[in-house]
Write a protein that binds this ligand. Structure first.
Ligand SMILES: Cc1cc2nc3c(=O)[nH]c(=O)nc-3n(C[C@H](O)[C@H](O)[C@H](O)COP(=O)(O)OP(=O)(O)OC[C@H]3O[C@@H](n4cnc5c(N)ncnc54)[C@H](O)[C@@H]3O)c2cc1C
Length: 379
């Protein structure tokens, strides 16, 4: 007999899991289909940075805070490892310090919880930060570190136990004609299909994706050996290059001059969209990245030149003796130039929710809450 669900979800990445949670906690019967034995996309390949401070003021930042509140609830309930580390943006040049100070000056109006710390205060928080020529930095309290590999592997079990969500792994959804879903050679009945297929634009509704304006972005990443408790970086870290990457800094008057400086002095970093961030997980492994290559430039083969550039810049602000890189990988996400999160209704009962570019871990639960509330006519 064909099994019946209220909602079916395509993809067990963080967007699929967030929609499963938002629906199941409303008492709905939910099934999640994942084509692999476990999710292997962007959601397990990232830094695990829940990073509200990187979102532009207004709806994106408010959605990030809403997402953060939901994350904290479910991380506490599920017992999955996380740390409220906060974050530091470090300034080693006057222009970097100027951008950060301009951002902080607007914080009373924009709502960010951030302050300027001088060099001594920063090295007190994180003794592994290079004090030489350090001018200071922006401390923000809202960021949370998770381990994406553990969270994305652990949440299905918890969602099943706590809310009865059913998971069907090794099952690619190949068609939906309301109310029937075809996946893994079987059929199911469902009123709604939420398509959270990440960077797969081809399997379901390719014509909707083709008209969407979505594009693909590849990032190179690395992970160090585990340091246990012998070396902790403290807050999650970013430095000057990041100021040109996140849109939260876009209105700072000194940003164009900083961007010009990087274009003149560090063209390789600009060419590969490199900015350096670091997070540290339960066993002390440090996740380091990243670079940005787009669409036709995306190749399955990583560039060692990019990894060298990343490690060279990292060593300017992080002093880690005997840093060994144990893992290197890349990840690809879907992005949209204008939309916080591109959505579409390609057929009766079906909603596509694209990855919200490089901020999906941060935004997922806030976005899912808003989409599910709207779909169920709650406001
Ligand atoms: C290297 C890297 C670093 C990042 N760092 C951060 C960070 O620190 N903080 C942050 O907020 N964001 C970060 N991001 C962005 C974030 O990881 C993504 O926005 C988010 O993971 C996207 O989630 P998703 O569920 O949409 O996609 P995915 O994680 O790609 O999941 C999609 C899933 O759908 C499955 N699927 C696809 N089609 C089908 C089908 N037809 N049937 C069944 N299953 C299907 C796939 O197998 C996959 O598991 C980073 C991204 C990358 C790549």
């Amino acid at each position: 007999m064909t099994q019946q669900f209220d909602d079916a979800i395509v993809g067990a990445g963080i967007m699929g899991l967030a929609h499963a949670y938002a629906l199941a906690k409303r008492g709905r019967r939910v099934i999640v289909f994942e084509r692999n034995a476990q999710a292997m996309g962007a959601s397990v390949r990232n830094f695990g940075m829940l990073w509200p401070v990187g979102q532009p003021a207004g709806v994106p930042f408010q959605t990030a805070l809403q997402s953060r509140a939901i994350w904290l609830r479910l991380l506490d309930e599920s017992g999955l490892w996380h740390e409220r580390t906060g974050s530091l943006h470090l300034a080693y040049h006057e222009l970097e310090a100027a951008v950060l100070r301009e951002f902080i000056a607007e914080a009373p109006h924009t709502g960010y919880e951030c302050v300027w710390l001088d060099a001594a205060q920063i090295t007190e928080q994180s003794p592994v930060i290079n004090p030489k020529k350090l001018l200071g930095g922006l401390w923000s309290s809202t960021e949370i570190c998770i381990d994406p590999r553990e969270v994305v592997a652990g949440l299905p079990t918890w969602l099943h136990k706590a809310y009865g969500v059913q998971f069907q792994f090794n099952s690619a959804v190949i068609n939906y004609y309301h109310p029937i879903v075809w996946a893994g050679g079987q059929q199911w009945r469902t009123d709604h299909l939420y398509v959270c297929s990440g960077e797969d634009f081809q399997t379901l509704y390719p014509e909707a994706f083709a008209a969407s304006g979505l594009y693909r972005v590849k990032l190179q990443m690395m992970r160090s050996q585990p340091f246990g408790d012998t070396l902790r970086i403290g807050p999650m870290l970013a430095a000057g290059l990041t100021l040109c990457h996140y849109k939260n800094f876009q209105d700072c008057p000194s940003l164009p001059a900083l961007r010009e400086r990087f274009e003149n002095e560090m063209p390789d970093y600009v060419r590969y969209g490199i900015h350096i961030m670091a997070s540290q997980h339960a066993r002390g492994e440090i996740t380091i990245g990243d670079s940005h290559e787009y669409n036709a430039s995306i190749s399955p083969f990583d560039k060692e030149e990019i990894n060298d550039l990343i490690l060279a810049y990292l060593s300017t602000f992080l002093m880690i003796p005997n840093l060994q890189i144990l893992q290197r990988w890349n990840g690809v996400y879907a992005a949209h130039t204008d939309e916080l999160c591109w959505t579409n209704r390609p057929a009766p009962g079906a909603t596509i929710i694209a990855s919200p570019s490089g901020r999906g871990m941060t935004m997922s639960f806030g976005i899912a809450e808003r989409i599910v509330a709207a779909n169920l006519g709650e406001h």
